[in-house]
Design a protein around this ligand. Structure first.
Ligand SMILES: [Zn+2]
Length: 95
């Protein structure tokens, strides 16, 4: 049977069992290789206050937050998009 995706929709190694991660949105346990991770920087202070502090020369702390999404939630929240067969074969980075 033909495969829709060469990787089977997973990242990482080809075989074996992945450990599970909890989806940030719905809480479903998804294999790590199949879930989508979204990493973003979160400032510890409010945006307007942070801008004022930065303008006055202070260093405003911020930290990275990683969120895991199951495929259903990743598509529903527009983190990933459904692509056509031709687009899936393109090698550039997924937006
Ligand atoms: Zn989910």
């Amino acid at each position: 049977m033909p495969k829709k995706r060469k990787s089977g929709g997973r990242t990482g190694s080809k075989g074996g069992r992945d450990s599970g991660v909890h989806c940030t949105k719905c809480g479903r346990i998804t294999p790590r290789g199949k879930a989508k991770r979204v990493t973003r920087w979160v400032s510890l202070v409010d945006a307007t206050i942070g801008k004022e502090l930065r303008d006055s020369g202070a260093i405003v702390p911020s930290r990275q937050v990683s969120e895991w999404y199951c495929i259903s939630c990743a598509i529903h929240t527009h983190k990933v998009h459904i692509r056509s067969s031709a687009d899936r074969h393109k090698r550039d980075k997924i937006r």
